[in-house]
Design a protein around this ligand. Structure first.
Ligand code: NAP
Length: 251
């Protein structure tokens, strides 16, 4: 049972990686928690953090409604829309699931849940994009495009909700040590095997601080990730696409 004096945070994609570390950060800072993911592991996470679990496929409208039903009429102080997948360009079914989760469900959940925050006149939202929003992604084309979508949508949402007392922060992690590449059969690429990775704990910590400070965007966590995002925004797409293609080509 939620104690009324404790703020409530909702984290999607909380069963592993960045979402799990975000959930741990909220728990450490005294939030009650609702954690959501598709697989069974979410129950283990809920037990660890004394949280409520919602096991739902958020790539479907039914899954979105299931999560919404669980939290409607409760004031959500912080909403972290973090669930996401990547996909190889040669796997059409997975690419379409990616669009459903990383784009469609992001809009659906954000619209449903922020309407209630705006009505209450307060709240904070974190949207997990990626530094790949800054460059094209041959061999994972839909993924990079989805993260450009998430960043643009998040910043627009921030401006729409500002006058209603709701702050939106876009998180842009660099390559981070999580199971995301293996889940999409991308664990043999140079990106997965040959590049240093940031710690999901560091990413979550920087995200938490930026969210609570009400910042528009945060690129996390290492200097290398921050520099990559910065330089990629300046270089022409033809150059960044060529370099990225070498790193993401299946081997
Ligand atoms: N790792 C990186 O290098 C990196 C870099 C930049 C941005 N990101 C972004 O960070 C976010 C978290 O990714 P991660 O790296 O931490 O990977 P991860 O460990 O694989 O976490 C992804 C989370 O999303 C959940 N999820 C996947 N499909 C779902 C669905 N259909 N319905 C509900 N939940 C679903 C997963 O739960 P189940 O497995 O139980 O479904 C898991 O909890 C993603 O948006 C990703 O794009 C990651």
């Amino acid at each position: 049972m939620t104690e009324p004096h404790r703020p409530l945070s909702v984290v999607t994609g909380a069963s592993s990686g960045i979402g799990l570390e975000l959930a741990r950060a909220f728990a450490k800072h005294g939030f009650d928690l609702v954690v959501a993911a598709d697989g069974n592991d979410i129950h283990r996470v809920a037990a660890e953090l004394n949280a409520e679990a919602v096991q739902a496929d958020l790539s479907t409208p039914d899954g979105v409604h299931e999560l919404h039903a669980q939290i409607r009429h409760r004031h959500v102080t912080v909403l972290a829309l973090n669930a996401g997948v990547t996909a190889r360009s040669d796997d059409l079914n997975r690419e379409l699931e990616l669009v459903d989760l990383n784009c469609r469900s992001l809009v659906h959940l954000a619209r449903l849940l922020t309407a209630e925050m705006a009505a209450a006149g307060r709240g904070r939202v974190l949207i997990t994009a990626s530094i790949v929003e800054a460059f094209p992604g041959p061999h994972q084309a839909a993924y990079n495009a989805s993260k450009a979508f998430a960043r643009s949508f998040g910043i627009s949402l921030r401006h729409e909700l500002r006058e209603h007392g709701v702050s939106v922060t876009v998180l842009e992690p660099g390559p981070t040590d999580t199971p995301i590449f293996a889940k999409a059969d991308q664990d043999t690429t140079l990106l997965a095997t040959g590049m240093p990775k940031d710690s999901p704990t560091d990413v979550a910590q920087q995200a938490f601080e930026a969210l609570m400070a009400g910042r528009e965007t945060v690129v996390a966590a290492s200097i290398t990730s921050k520099a990559t995002q910065l330089v990629s925004r300046i270089l022409p797409g033809a150059v960044t696409a060529r370099v990225t293609g070498l790193l993401t080509k299946p081997r």
